[in-house]
Ligand binder design. Structure first.
Ligand code: BGC
Length: 757
């Protein structure tokens, strides 16, 4: 429907009707206005499968929804490092939505994994904003290409479950821009989501639903968002304030109190009716975008989409360790599958994303009984060791050529609604691994978990396969990788630390009462571990393949550039093995000798490519200003430091393969704000400042014998030139009055004026 028609329609609605459209009819549907033929449309979770419920459903995942296909959760999809994988998921979900008459799918969930403790990390994509934003962008574009809306969530800084409805995330401007907003930015600008879901929490003192700064200034005015904002379920605080701030739809609906507040506010003059009209226009635009593009011919079958779920899981599984090439297994080996998850995999997380799966495929259900035997080994409903179960498993392991241990985290360990307290696996599962390692050398561990765990047993096992919460077809996908029918190609989109104490937000995560201070700043995930040179269990970006790849011929199009120019970087990647495989090419940028507190390196581009055995492909990336920039609070904008930057290809955030150094100069200089308290170091770091200061000091020396003596006395036997320079670095200009005889305040002020020009 054209904007004119929408406007006309809104002009024909009564004040009460308009206010009523700003909240849902019930848990999942918008309101209809029969008189005007305005339809009611359904929204539904999301993000990795349909959770279509009846009108009186719930949003906590406790009541049943229709039978649906559970695809791999966000933690897994992001590990594919593949936009095509996210696209396939998006298209498949959109078809299901068309067939089920769902207008908007509530996802993707794209909050940054600030700490591995967040209970909802299994749904979130990454600790890195580029990976998060790019995977989400591909998903959103794919869903919307089939005329179904998305609702990327939860905007913003909702990185813990503890007191998520009232907690106040205290985040400084630069961290917000470089990490938390950056996760949404590229997705919003490039994929134009139909809606956005604001989070429950406050940000720097303001509930997100009331944050004009985020919902209107950043989202709409800066990034060009043109859909509508809906609240998370029950996240509405002050209805009138929210409407003014740019939050259009309150969900769930059913209670008309807030609609009446809108009516009263317009009548009392507190709310300009034009604000309400605009909100209704935005909501109706999206409702009709769906209604008018409904495709009733689209159908799907659960079984076909189950095959898609398997394909997605195969792209996402990460081979973390594979000593002596123990994997892939061979059908001629005597293999023991040990652990309950071989028979009953943990494949999804708890809460609003919980899917009523139409079938679940376990690794055991697709196994060849002739070569594979099974023992449960533990019961995942408890942490207590079941001696009998464990003994049976150990016996079976001892009698086999290889033991494949299916372990991970039980449902109760991670869910929406609460955070984890530690990174440990249940005691009985750890004990089982230890017991099996005592009788069997050939051990493969298959992990089913939604976020990073500690692995105290890592040195005693030969292989580890991280299958995450891989969706309902995870068993088939796992088997295909174990036996080499599929070559693993996933990479970790989050760091696996050695221990909880090493994590960046260890001291402050969760906060105190309702305040959560993000004191680690921009040092989230590998940005922290790399900068501290802290050993980790498995780094961000890590993942093995059955193929081997060789990188050569790195080229950069320019060694010196201005920040308005782009630089293109290429590299040849060869599959040096005799099987086809996929490689994830990762490009990192590191500022050299920055004067600011910046991460040692940041991922600035990535791609996943398929290479036949022996094949070589050239991969090319283009970097622009943003790849080198940081958020400068003095100008509230991105800025590039005049520096050398190292550009490197890496197998992970830790493992650099090759690099080149280029110099980038900013086009725009920062406004100068020198005063008498500016330090000599600051001034000397500014090209122009250095010239002015040296000239000024030169003339002081020339006209003043005493001053010259002081200057000569600078570096001497007691203090070498380096020490002198280090001390001068932090010395404020005004101190020259105290230590350099003959210097006058007026001449210093003249110097400051010259510096500021
Ligand atoms: C969750 C959202 C979800 C909504 C509806 C909320 O509790 O935070 O992610 O979309 O419920 O189920």
């Amino acid at each position: 429907m054209t904007p004119e028609k929408i406007k006309k329609m809104v002009s024909q609605l009564t004040l009460e009707e308009k206010a009523s459209l700003c909240s849902g009819k019930d848990v999942w549907n918008t309101k209809a206005i029969k008189r005007m033929d305005i339809p009611s449309v359904m929204v539904s979770d999301g993000p990795h499968g349909l959770r279509k419920q009846p009108e009186d459903g719930d949003h906590l995942g406790m009541l049943d929804s229709i039978k649906a296909v559970c695809f791999p959760a966000g933690c897994a999809i992001a590990s594919s490092f593949s936009r095509d994988t996210a696209k396939l998921l998006g298209e498949t979900l959109a078809n299901e939505c068309q067939a089920e008459n769902i207008s908007t799918i509530l996802g993707p969930a794209m909050n940054i994994k600030r700490s591995p403790l967040c209970g909802r990390n299994f749904e979130y994509l990454s600790e890195d904003p580029l990976v998060s934003s790019e995977i989400a962008r591909a998903y959103v574009s794919a869903v919307q290409s089939k005329n179904i809306g998305t609702s990327p969530k939860h905007f913003l800084a909702n990185n813990q479950e503890y007191r998520r409805m009232t907690s106040d995330s205290i985040v400084d401007e630069r961290t917000l821009r470089e990490i938390y907003l950056a996760s949404f930015e590229g997705m919003v600008k490039n994929a134009k989501p139909w809606t956005i879901m604001n989070s429950y929490n406050k940000l720097n003192g303001t509930y997100l639903c009331e944050s004009e700064a985020m919902l209107t200034d950043v989202l709409r005015n800066e990034w060009g968002f043109d859909g509508y904002v809906m609240t998370d379920w029950g996240a509405m605080n002050d209805r009138v304030k929210s409407l003014k701030a740019g939050c259009e739809l309150e969900m769930p609906g059913g209670n008309t109190t807030n609609d009446l507040e809108i009516v009263e506010a317009v009548r009392s003059g507190d709310l300009d009716e034009a604000v309400l009209d605009q909100a209704v226009e935005r909501i109706l635009t999206i409702i009709y975008r769906f209604e008018e593009n409904r495709d009733k011919n689209i159908s799907y079958t659960l079984d076909q989409d189950h095959e898609v779920a398997r394909q997605l899981a195969e792209e996402s599984i990460v081979l973390l360790k594979n000593d002596d090439g123990i994997l892939p297994l061979s059908a001629s080996q005597k293999i023991a599958y040990i652990g309950q998850y071989a028979k009953k995999p943990r494949f999804q997380g708890g809460g609003s994303s919980h899917i009523n799966s139409h079938k679940v495929e376990s690794a055991l259900s697709v196994a060849d009984e002739k070569t594979i035997s099974y023992a449960a080994g533990y019961n995942d409903a408890t942490e207590a060791i079941d001696e009998k179960m464990q003994a049976e498993a150990v016996k079976l392991a001892a009698e086999s050529d290889v033991a494949v241990l299916f372990v991970g985290l039980p449902d109760s360990f991670e869910s929406e609604g609460y955070d984890r307290k530690h990174l440990k696996m249940p005691a009985n599962q750890v004990a089982l691994i230890e017991a099996v390692t005592a009788v069997q050398k050939n051990i493969v561990v298959v992990l089913h978990n939604g976020s990073a765990i500690e692995m105290p047993w890592i040195d005693k096992v030969q292989a580890v396969l991280e299958v995450y919460l891989g969706g309902q077809a995870v068993g088939g996908a796992t088997a295909n990788i174990l036996f080499g029918n599929v070559n693993p190609s996933g990479r970790l989109a989050e760091t696996f630390p050695l221990r909880l104490q090493d994590t960046p937000a260890y001291l402050t995560f969760g906060g105190e009462k309702d305040q959560s201070v993000y004191s680690e700043g921009v040092f989230v995930g590998y940005r922290y571990y790399n900068s501290k040179d802290l050993p980790v269990l498995f780094p961000f970006g890590h993942g093995l393949s059955y193929s081997t790849f060789e990188y050569s011929n790195m080229t950069v199009s320019k060694n010196k550039l201005n920040d308005s120019e782009r630089v293109s970087i290429s590299v040849d990647v060869k599959n040096t093995s005799n099987i086809a495989g996929k490689e994830v090419i990762q490009l990192y940028v590191s500022p050299i000798n920055s004067r600011l507190i910046r991460p040692a390196k940041e991922l600035r581009a990535f791609d996943k490519i398929h290479l036949e055995a022996g094949e070589t492909k050239t991969v090319r990336f283009e970097l622009d200003k943003r790849a080198f920039a940081y958020w400068e609070v003095a100008i509230h904008d991105w800025h590039v430091e005049d520096l050398d930057y190292k550009i490197s290809f890496g197998k992970s955030a830790l493992d650099t393969i090759m690099s080149e150094v280029i110099h980038v100069t900013p086009n725009q200089l920062l406004p100068k704000v020198y005063d008498l308290n500016s330090t000599i170091g600051e001034i000397m770091a500014d090209q122009n400042g250095k010239v002015i200061l040296e000239q000024a000091m030169g003339s002081v020396m020339a006209g003043n014998a005493d001053a010259a003596t002081v200057a000569e006395q600078g570096p001497n036997d007691m203090m070498n030139a380096e020490m002198f320079a280090a001390i001068m670095e932090g010395m404020p200009l005004r101190q020259l009055l105290s230590f350099v005889p003959g210097v006058e305040k007026a001449s210093l002020q003249q110097l400051v004026d010259a510096l500021n020009q």
